[in-house]
Design a protein around this ligand. Structure first.
Ligand SMILES: Cc1cc2nc3c(=O)[nH]c(=O)nc-3n(C[C@H](O)[C@H](O)[C@H](O)COP(=O)(O)O)c2cc1C
Length: 223
């Protein structure tokens, strides 16, 4: 079944075509992309990661987001986000063959909403939902040296607890050595500027696609 889902935090400008599995049927293997994005930069990077997944024969991206968390009172998330990808559900993790998670850099670490989602995955950890599945990470920050790499590493730690096979970007990608903005061996990244308004540049987009391709390729081999 092919559906047109709302685009990643960019309104209706460029609809994101996602293939969702028909329940109970042998659908194409999917790689799950889960992100949190408040200002839209991580969502934009997620779109490039998803494109890379789609470049691998027979692989499909399933893009999901996580809701914000309320700092003071407990608030139930609305069933559908105002914009961006649908919220991730338990079955998304169970059905994926690989996984990529993305978060803004916040004080050199992942943002609380993504961590909050991860902290709710105890059942999946116990049952081994993600064991042996390849996984990658991506981030966006305002400044180039504002903690992208520590954020990417912070996102890898719970993935290791879940038994994922961590996938980075090898230096055989020549752009990794020449990029003057984002992109690192630890994962894809974007330097969004102080106003969080810089577009994802060509190098960042290429390296994000390369990471998506690599996770999808390995997911296809390991599945
Ligand atoms: C609470 C908070 C902490 C942040 N910490 C950092 C930081 O440590 N380093 C940095 O470069 N940018 C930092 N930023 C900026 C965001 O990482 C940046 O704007 C990012 O692109 C936001 O992604 P989004 O548009 O997907 O929400 C911070 C922003 C907020 C709100």
């Amino acid at each position: 079944m092919v559906v047109i889902a709302r685009n990643l935090a960019e309104g209706a400008r460029a609809p994101c075509i996602l293939r969702l599995p028909t329940s109970g049927s042998a659908a194409m293997p999917e790689v799950l992309v889960v992100y949190y994005s408040r200002g839209g930069s991580v969502a934009r990077l997620a779109r490039h990661v998803a494109r890379g997944i789609g470049e691998v024969d027979g692989m499909v991206a399933r893009v999901r987001s996580v809701p914000p968390v309320a700092p003071v009172t407990q608030a139930a998330a609305p069933p559908v986000p105002d914009d961006g990808a649908p919220y991730v559900e338990a079955r998304d993790l169970q059905e994926c063959t690989g996984l990529l998670i993305g978060s803004p850099t916040r004080f050199g670490n992942m943002a609380a909403p993504l961590k909050h989602w991860i902290d709710g995955l105890g059942g999946d950890w116990a049952s081994g939902t993600l064991v042996g599945k390849p996984a990658g990470v991506f981030t966006s920050s305002s400044s180039q040296h504002g903690g992208q790499e520590s954020t990417l590493l912070s996102m890898m730690l719970p993935l290791l607890h879940h038994g994922c096979v961590i996938v980075g970007i090898p230096f055989t990608e020549p752009l990794l050595s020449s990029t003057r903005t984002g992109g690192s061996p630890y994962g894809a990244s974007h330097v969004a500027g102080a106003r969080d308004d810089q577009p994802v540049d060509d190098d960042e987009a290429y390296l994000a696609r390369a990471l998506g391709r690599r996770v999808a390729m390995l997911a296809g081999r390991l599945a």
